[in-house]
Every structure is written in structure tokens, then in C-alpha cells.
Design a protein around this ligand. Structure first.
Ligand code: FES
Length: 325
């Protein structure tokens, strides 16, 4: 998997939270609502296609959503699929948010940066279309050759199809389970020769793309954004100690418990969101010890440096770790 990492993620983490007012909510497809947020206490932070923001919902739940409009629009737009079987964030968005409400948000961060290319193939599954929309607009503005393969269960459940129709039929390949059939990954590998491929969607689709591009020796052409983390082995290692540099205390982390859970149990409040190692909200500086990185976000170089870690999933290779907490 190739996921671009850029400085905006770290800048956002450090610059803290701000507030934005809901200007508009619109039904974009069955179960998909878009929300326009206007900054209240700050100027709109410039962002690049692929960026996301955190929304702090009234219950305190934090969720990341990709920005799906243009950086020049004057608002942050996100779109949220209602997932009745999910952890509750999307239900709260759909049932609890109203126009005029002010929410705490994070500045945009980008872990899915569009890299320059003369040719792109974009792949979206369902609500995975959201980060792809500004990428398409950027590719179009740059005069790049691009094509979108967008899959969904059926047309009525696929958001932003009217907007995509504005680009003309040839570049946009809509695949529905009840129509022309699902996305053909093997064909996509063949047809994307010489292109950079950016994909966002359900894990099954992304895993299949990763396997197919890997088998073709083209992993470097593939850029993915996952909604949830790749499966990882359960932590089965021994207990280690986490020293808290700022407060001077420590917590012991037993097998089966994450550092974040141990901190929480000890009353140490640490920002977090996905708790699966893919959003970057919990990123923490490591002052001593060697982390055992299990996130999906840090690059190989950053892992080797070992000066930051995601305590929601990562563990320790040394008996003790000292964190900037
Ligand atoms: Fe998302 Fe840790 S909470 S990476």
C-alpha cells in the first residue's frame, strides 16, 4: 500500500481544534447527507485534495470525514453515510445535527495526498467517492488524463452522480451491483497502465486492489485510503510500562489492552478518534524506548525514526516507553 504522508497531518494535530457552523445539510443519495461547515473562529485553512477533518459531535464522539468540495469554496463540506450497524457516529450526524449548530472541528489534515501525474485512474466504492471528488477536480484543472470507476450497490445509493455527470460520460464508469456489475479489479490493473491509481472504499475492494497491484509489481502506483484499519494480529505480547514525561507518572500496559485504554483507565485524557491506527488523532511523541508500530499511517522512515507513535494500536519493543504526556 502506498499512502502519501505530508506535513499537514502533523500541523493539524499541533494547531488544535476550532469551531465551525453548519450552513447547509443536503441529502445526496439514499442514506448520505452532506454538511457544509463555515469557520466561526478562524479563517478557512487551505487544504489539498484527499484531506479530512475531525468532527466532534455533541456527544463528544470524534469522527473523521473527507472533504469533498473544493478548497476555494469557503466552506468545509463532508458527506456522511448512515451506518445503522456502526459505532453510532453516523447515526448521530443524521439524527442529531441541525443547520445553525456550531461544532468543534480539527483543521484539515491530509494522509492521502494526490501526487502529480499526467494520468490518473480514480476508484471509489460507495461513500469512498468523497475524497476522490476534489482529486478529480484537481486533475481536470491540471489538464491530466483521468478516469473514474465508481461502484455502488445501486444508483440511488451513490452520492454525487449528478455532479460527476457534468464531466461527461466517457471518463466516469458507474458500476452498480444491480446494473453492469461490480468493479472488475483485474481489468482495472490492465487498464491503468502508466497511471497513478487513487482508491477509497470498503476494505474488501481495497484489499483486492492491493493484492492485484502487488501481484503485478505495481504497488507504487496504488494509493489507498482506508475507512478502517487493515486486520492486525491481536496484541499478545507481555506487559510493558509507559512513563508519562509531563506528569511524572506511569501506567503498565498488559497484553490485550492498548496503551490508550491503559491511559484512559488511569484517568489520562489523550485525544483519539478511530482507535484503529489510521486517523492520526492520537499521535504522540516518544521520548525514550522503542515503539512497536502497528498503525496504518506512519511511513517506513517515520517508523524507523521512532519519535512518534499511535498509542491506540502500537505497543513497545522495550520494557519501558516514555511518552510526551
Ligand atoms: Fe486514530 Fe489512534 S485514534 S490513529
Amino acid at each position: 500500500m502506498t499512502v502519501a504522508f505530508d506535513h499537514t497531518r502533523r500541523a493539524g494535530t499541533e494547531s488544535g481544534q476550532c469551531t465551525a457552523r453548519i450552513l447547509q445539510m443536503r441529502l445526496e443519495a439514499e442514506g448520505v447527507v452532506s454538511i457544509d461547515l463555515a469557520p466561526v473562529d478562524h479563517a478557512l485553512v487551505p487544504w489539498t485534495p484527499g484531506a479530512h477533518i475531525d468532527l466532534v459531535l455533541p456527544s463528544g464522539t470524534v469522527r473523521q470525514y473527507s472533504l469533498c468540495n473544493g478548497p476555494q469554496d469557503g466552506v468545509y463540506r463532508v458527506a456522511v453515510l448512515r451506518q445503522d450497524q456502526g459505532r453510532g457516529g453516523s447515526r448521530e450526524v443524521h439524527d442529531g445535527l441541525r443547520i445553525g449548530q456550531v461544532l468543534t472541528i480539527s483543521p484539515p489534515r491530509n494522509a492521502f495526498e494526490l501526487v502529480p501525474s499526467a494520468r490518473y485512474v480514480f476508484v471509489a466504492g460507495g461513500i469512498g467517492i468523497t475524497p476522490i471528488l476534489p482529486m478529480i477536480a484537481a486533475a481536470e484543472r491540471a489538464g491530466a488524463d483521468w478516469r473514474l470507476v465508481y461502484g455502488g450497490r445501486r444508483h440511488a445509493s451513490m452520492a454525487f452522480t449528478a455532479e460527476l455527470a457534468g464531466y461527461g460520460g466517457e471518463q466516469v464508469d458507474l458500476r452498480t451491483d444491480d446494473g453492469v456489475g461490480p468493479i472488475d479489479v483485474a481489468r482495472l490493473v490492465q487498464q491503468s497502465d502508466g497511471a497513478k491509481v487513487f482508491a477509497c472504499g470498503p476494505l474488501g475492494l481495497l484489499d483486492a486492489l492491493e493484492a492485484a497491484f502487488g501481484a503485478a509489481g505495481r504497488s507504487d502506483d496504488l494509493h489507498l485510503e482506508r475507512f478502517s484499519a487493515a486486520a492486525k494480529p491481536l496484541p499478545g505480547d507481555g506487559t510493558f510500562r509507559v512513563n508519562l514525561a509531563r506528569s511524572g507518572g506511569h501506567v503498565d500496559v498488559p497484553p490485550g489492552q492498548s496503551i490508550l485504554e491503559a491511559l484512559r483507565a488511569a484517568g489520562v485524557d489523550t485525544p483519539c478518534s478511530c482507535e484503529q491506527g489510521f486517523c492520526g488523532t492520537c499521535e504522540t511523541r516518544v521520548l525514550a524506548g522503542e515503539p512497536d508500530h502497528r498503525d496504518d499511517l506512519l511511513t517506513e522512515e517515520e517508523r524507523a525514526r521512532g519519535d512518534v507513535m499511535m498509542p491506540c494500536v502500537s505497543r513497545s519493543k522495550t520494557p519501558e516507553l516514555t511518552l510526551d504526556l
